[in-house]
Design a protein around this ligand. Structure first.
Ligand code: ATP
Ligand code: PRP
Ligand code: NIO
Length: 495
């Protein structure tokens, strides 16, 4: 099986940045091939100014790892790349090494659909340094975008207050793969359906659709267009009212709804795609109710996102469902998550001990966290997440009653008396899946439940509370010591 069931295995390993391959060659030549490394994926700020992110893409990590092989045609391509300064970019002996390469890493990840917060590892990769390095770009490509889309969708779904939201974004998505990723991630994060038929086939997501303005324009009159659509699709008939004039559209749709009733059918819904959606939906509801058609639902679209949906309900709009395209698929107004992949420990060949590493920066907020990190999520008695603690077992003091803030070591969080569970789960062991990935239905349910349990103060759009993510005291002390041992000018230190 491949990432999308249509990607050739040979598309997986070359779906990377060139420098991963040149670094892999360098590690191999420098005799570091047997050294082991630990990298973490994390992001530094919640997207959209929000209080959380929804982890997504994790269900495809095992596919990525198992398909990460260099086939003959890949090796031939790499062998033919010229180095700008003369000669070939890759040496034949290194290409021989790649031809039998296996991505024998071990990976822990946040369960798909669960919540994740700034600076904590959402994916941890351990293995030979070459394998870890080669995975960077593809892994970030997989989880960054889907986590961003899932978070955007969760916000839109939150604003929709239980009313169905359908992903209409394919036509505005970032290419064919982007459209598939949007459909998958948005479904996990709470969208009820997608207009993307390929996503329906590949992932089993319910598909949904109405009709376009062109349908109405193709007939001599709107009434004839509505009649023809009702005849052709009587069991899923949603009529678009705003091609010419919504009030005329309402009258024509009521006429057709009555004709459908006489034929033993029911008009499912109408859609409004322009104008004042609050005013028009109220007028539509009133007209359909007065016509004895209270069952006809009202669906709206037109550049919607969480804030417009929230405003529509604040205006009392009687809207039943939403089609959301452009701003969901493009994650407007934040086009990327900014998730990074940072080295946090090395284990030289022949050594049994991990050496924690830190990357320093003039910008304090970019200083990394060292060690073989895992995360405890502390919850209150009602199961509501109260704070996350990053730990490295080798430096654990055993006192988990408080955690130390990552940006400000003077700030601590009281975790005493709270129940904790491990956040990261093992998904890949030595290059093979540790278990079958959760189905997207399981991930969707996990997301729903996690968001339901999350305190509203983290979910509000305006000035959400910062969720406490801290380090276990021993890890915080290790980080301080490493920072002090900084090599002058190198920006990176090891104890
Ligand atoms: N009552 C409302 N309150 C807040 N925002 C609304 C309301 N009605 C519509 N909107 C939003 O306002 C934006 C612009 O709506 P407008 O009616 O100007 O659409 P338009 O795109 O200019 O129309 P058309 O699609 O015909 O070109 C859209 O994002 C729409 O979702
Ligand atoms: O508005 P979105 O959230 O992107 O939802 C998808 C949009 O796609 C269709 O529009 P179309 O391609 O016909 O363009 P237009 O309605 O913007 O003219 C549809 O009528 C929605 O308005
Ligand atoms: O089915 C629809 O109404 C639809 C699908 C995609 C984009 N706009 C509308």
């Amino acid at each position: 099986m491949s990432l999308t069931d249509r990607t050739k295995a040979s598309d997986v390993s070359l779906n990377t940045d060139l420098y991963e391959l040149t670094m892999a060659q360098g590690f191999w030549e420098s005799g570091l091939a047997e050294d082991r490394a630990c990298f973490n994926v994390f992001f530094r700020e919640n997207p959209f100014g929000g209080g959380y992110a929804v982890a997504c893409g994790m269900g495809q990590i095992a596919d990525l790892v198992e398909n990460f092989v260099f086939e003959r045609e890949d090796i031939d391509y790499l062998a033919g790349i010229d180095a700008p300064g003369g000669g070939r970019m890759f040496k034949p002996e290194f290409l021989d090494f790649l031809s039998t390469f296996r991505m024998d890493v071990t990976i822990h990840a946040v369960p798909e659909g669960d919540l994740v917060f700034p600076r904590e590892p959402m994916v941890r990769v351990e293995g030979p340094i070459i394998a870890c390095q080669l995975l960077e770009t593809a892994l970030l490509n997989l989880v960054n975008f889907q986590t961003l889309v899932a978070t955007k969708t969760a916000r839109i779904v939150h604003a929709a207050q239980g009313h169905p939201v359908s992903d209409f974004g394919l036509r505005r998505a970032q290419g064919p793969d982007g459209g598939l990723a949007v459909a998958r991630a948005s479904y996990i994060a709470g969208a009820s359906s997608t207009s993307n038929v390929l996503a329906g086939k590949i992932y089993g997501i319910p598909v949904f659709g109405t009709h376009a303005h062109s349908w109405v324009m193709a007939f001599p009159s709107e009434l004839e267009a509505f009649r023809a659509f009702a005849k052709s699709s009587p069991k899923n008939c949603v009529l678009l009212l705003d091609t010419y004039d919504v009030h005329q559209g309402i009258r024509n749709a009521i006429t057709v709804a009555k004709e459908m009733e006489a034929a033993g059918e029911r008009l499912a819904a109408i859609r409004i795609d322009s104008g004042d959606l609050a005013r028009l939906s109220k007028e539509t509801r009133k007209a359909f109710d007065e016509a004895g058609l209270p069952y006809v639902k009202i669906s709206v679209s037109n550049d919607l996102e969480e804030y417009t949906i929230q405003s529509l309900f604040a205006q009392g709009a009687p809207i039943d469902s939403f089609g959301v395209g452009t701003k969901l698929a493009t994650c407007d107004p934040q086009p990327s998550l900014g998730g990074v992949y940072k080295l946090s420990a090395m284990r030289p060949a022949g050594s049994g001990e991990w050496v924690p590493t830190i990357k320093l920066s003039e910008q304090m907020y970019k200083r990394t966290i060292p060690g073989i990190q895992h995360v405890l999520r502390f919850c209150d008695p009602a199961g509501s997440p109260a704070g996350d603690m990053i730990l490295d077992d080798a430096y654990d003091t055993g006192d988990h009653s408080l955690s130390v803030d990552i940006l400000d070591p003077v700030t601590t969080y009281d975790m005493s008396g709270l129940e904790a569970h491990e956040l990261l789960e093992c998904v890949v062991v030595d290059g093979a899946r540790a278990k079958e990935p959760d189905s997207i239905e399981v991930a969707k349910e996990r997301c729903r439940e996690s968001l339901m349990r999350l305190d509203p103060s983290y979910k509000r759009f305006l000035n959400p509370q910062a969720y406490p993510v801290g380090m276990e005291r021993g890890l915080a002390d290790l980080r301080q010591r490493l920072a002090r041992a900084e090599h002058a000018g190198s920006g990176r230190a090891r104890l």
